[in-house]
Write a protein of this length. Sequence first.
Length: 159
Amino acid sequence: MKLLKHTVLICTIMLLSANLGTWNVFAEETTPPVETTIVTENMDAAGLIMTYSLQITCSPKKVSISANTLGTETMAKIGFKNIEIQRSSNGSSGWTKELDLSDDIATNTLVHDKVSEKHNVAGGYYYRVKLDHYAKETGWFFPSSQSITNYSNVIWIPV
């Protein structure tokens, strides 16, 4: 029940906050606390993608992804491709693919957001998300497309 309250509090803070930054939140359980780091960074880009962001969050032995891609105008296609949850034993090298997720592409819109369901993962590892932010403009002849590979923050999932 306390974990649910903390999750609601985290979501409320994220929705009400106008400032982008980093928060550390601790979930109470009978074992040592689980640290959840939420990092939201809007990165500026050039071309068809104006800004983009990506973050990974955790709860006990589960991870979720939040991502955003904003185009410079209404795009024929915009969203996320090649989505992977990766894990590492040390958090800095030796990243391996843990899960492949389906592409998430919207049509005829300016912006696309992704908030994924929770994915079960093994404890005792560091996790991050890798994906490509993608946009393809509308146009009659040879519309341009753009893809930007992005890596999320790194989180630790305890055993």
